[in-house]
Structure formats: C-alpha cells, structure tokens
Design a protein around this ligand. Structure first.
Ligand SMILES: *[C@@H]1O[C@H](CO)[C@@H](O)[C@H](O)[C@H]1NC(C)=O
Length: 355
C-alpha cells in the first residue's frame, strides 16, 4: 500500500511540469494558427506550401472587397483635394467626352497592384491598364471586411481559369461634375468565363454591395433587395443620362405607354437601381466594356436576376475574349423573358434595329 502511495505521489510530481508544458504548447499553437494565419498570410501560406497555380476563392473575395474599398479611398482623397487633373481619353460612342482624372489613375494602381501581388498568376484586366503606376502598392488580407455571419467556404480553382475585371472609377464624367452618388469602384471575379464574385463599392456613401454566387452576400446588398416580388408592376427602365435623346420614345415603343425611365449614370449604380427595385430593368443599346458590367452581372445572378446581351446571350468574361461587349445589355431581377420578348418583337418590326 505504501508503495502504491509512493508511486501515486511520484506520478503526481511528474504530471505538473508535463501539464504546464502542454498548456503552453496549446496556447502557442492556437495563437500561431489562428492569429498569424490572419495577420501574416505570407508565412501561413509558406507553412501550408500553397500552390500559386490554385486560387482560394474565399481569399479572392476578401481581396476583391478590400481592393474596391481601397480604390474608393483614393477616389475620396482626390475629390477632397479638388486636384482632379482632368484630361480627356477621347469621345465615347455616344459622342460625349470620356474624361480621365487622378482618381481613376490612383484607384487603378491600388486596386490592380494589390490584387496582383496576392494572386500573381491570375489575369487581371483594368479599365486603366495603360496607366503607369509610380509606386508599388500592396495590402494584407483582412477577413474582417466580411460580416461575422457570412457563410464563406474554402473553395480553390485553377488560377488559369480565373479572370478578374477591375473598374477603378465608374462614372468618371459624373465624378468631375460632382454627381458623386453615381460613382462606384468595382471588382469582378470570373471562373471559366462566368462571373461568380461581384463587388460594387460606393465611395461617397461608404457602402459595399458584394455577392458570391451560390454562397453569400453583403448585408448592405441583402437589405437593398426587397423581399416582396415586383412581378407585374409597370416597367421602369434605367438608361444612361448621356443618351436619353430618343430613349423615351424607344422605351415606349418597346415596353408600351405605361413605361417610365430612370436616367442615371454608371453601370454599377444602374445595377443597384435594379437590385433595389427602383428600376425593373437596365437597358443599354450600344457597346459597353466588361469591367463596367461584370460585377453587376455576378450580383444580379446571385439574387436570381439575369443579365444578357440584347440577343439574349450570356456574356463571357473569359481571358481570351474581347473586353468590349458589342451586343448591348438587358439586366433584370425578374421577368427577363417577357422583357426580352418585347425587345425582340420591336427589333423584328424595325429591321433588327433599336433606336
Ligand atoms: C432608390 O430610390 C430611392 C428613392 O429615390 C433612393 O432613396 C435610394 O437611394 C435608391 N436606391 C439606391 C440603391 O440608389
């Protein structure tokens, strides 16, 4: 009995340091895996020996939100400084001046370089790719840009299947006119040509609408989207304020006398009008660049809506494709087929032409 007691005592004596070592080890491991993972993605990445040919879409979503928000800060900064250094890039197809400002350039450099540094093997197209960036920009991934309840899975895809479209400043003309509500910064992630992550950030109200098709969306976006169905309400068509001449007659011709127009600027802003049910459709009858529409395409798709060309084709955002969509645009949350039907009938009656 005394032997057993002695044994028991000797075990107890040895247990104490072992327990302390175990506790310290656990604390260290928890700290290292949880904390350093977020703060030092590069180190964590090396530890997990991440394959640069694979892209983690959860990280891509976080990086895309950060890019749009950081670009937005540059836009705000230039607006506050009142040193826009506006110059012209020429004329748009509608014959209006196509301006470029320091805000476009600075936002482009921050957004594109930041994304490219994290995803070196991914093809990124930006509206301002001709711009020369003086300094190298970068940022670390900050998962706190997602709300706590966001359901974000870890999904990886091949880097060569991913295309990223960046619009550093949508509605530059309105930006120079201080019509700030139309201004957005946008990032879109396409996989195999289909848009699956869309971010539309409004720098001047600080709100970010983002969605990952089939997974999650920002609280701002889900609050914007009315729960009730807008079915069978009179059509409200949002069109560009730069080519409203004839738009009213065209809209009446296509959708009937009860139609109304919501003139606005910026493709990002117009998509948000459809999402908020301020407009039932977004119609664009001329060429439009893919960095203008990709994020809105993803967001509408995530909400069950549809964006197509005027030939009812989905738009391909793959790397080998032209950055210009020449076939026009119809974007809706509901009743896309009915709208498309009316459009087709009108075009048939007018030798395939709109306007
Ligand atoms: C929708 O229209 C209302 C009323 O004009 C406006 O207050 C609101 O900001 C609009 N929604 C968006 C997303 O712009």
């Amino acid at each position: 009995m005394s032997e057993a007691k002695m044994n028991g005592r000797s075990i107890r004596i040895h247990r104490l340091p072992a327990t302390i070592v175990a506790i310290i080890l656990t604390i260290f491991l928890v700290y290292f895996l949880n904390f350093h993972q977020e703060e030092r993605p590069a180190i964590y990445g090396m530890l997990r020996s991440e394959n640069p040919n694979r892209v983690n879409l959860r990280k891509m979503l976080i990086a895309a939100i950060q890019a749009a928000q950081r670009g937005g800060l540059e836009v705000l900064d230039v607006a506050r400084s009142r040193q826009l250094k506006e110059r012209s890039k020429g004329k748009t197809d509608e014959g209006v001046n196509d301006p470029f400002t320091d805000a476009d350039g600075r936002s482009h450099c921050v957004m594109k370089q930041g994304l490219q540094r994290i995803f070196p093997r991914v093809q990124i197209f930006s509206e301002e790719d001709k711009e020369h960036c003086k300094q190298a920009h970068g940022y670390d991934l900050d998962p706190t840009v997602l709300h706590e309840t966001a359901q974000i899975p870890d999904v990886t895809v091949n880097a060569q299947d991913v295309t990223v479209w960046v619009d550093p400043l949508d509605a530059t003309k309105e930006f120079t006119e201080e019509l700030y509500e139309y201004v957005t910064t946008m990032v879109c992630v396409a996989v195999a040509g289909r848009p699956i992550i869309g971010v539309i950030h409004s720098p001047f109200n600080g709100q970010t609408a983002w969605a990952w098709v089939g997974n999650s969306m920002s609280e701002y976006l889900s609050n914007l989207h009315p729960r009730h169905s807008a079915n069978h309400q009179a059509p409200i068509i949002t069109v560009s304020r730069s080519h409203t001449a004839g738009a009213k007659d065209l809209a009446r011709g296509i959708f009937g006398e009860e139609v109304s127009l919501l003139t606005a600027a910026g493709a990002g802003y117009k998509v948000l009008q459809v999402v908020a049910n301020n407009a039932t459709a977004y119609l664009h009858t001329s060429k439009i660049k893919k960095w203008d529409i990709c994020a809105g395409d993803a967001i509408l798709h995530a909400l069950g809506g549809t964006m197509t060309t005027l030939n009812d084709q989905l738009i391909n955002y793959g790397p080998g494709e032209s950055p210009v969509n020449k076939e026009g645009l119809l974007a809706t949350l509901e009743q896309h087929d009915e709208y498309m039907d009316k459009l087709s009938k009108y075009r048939e009656a007018h030798n395939g032409k709109l306007a």
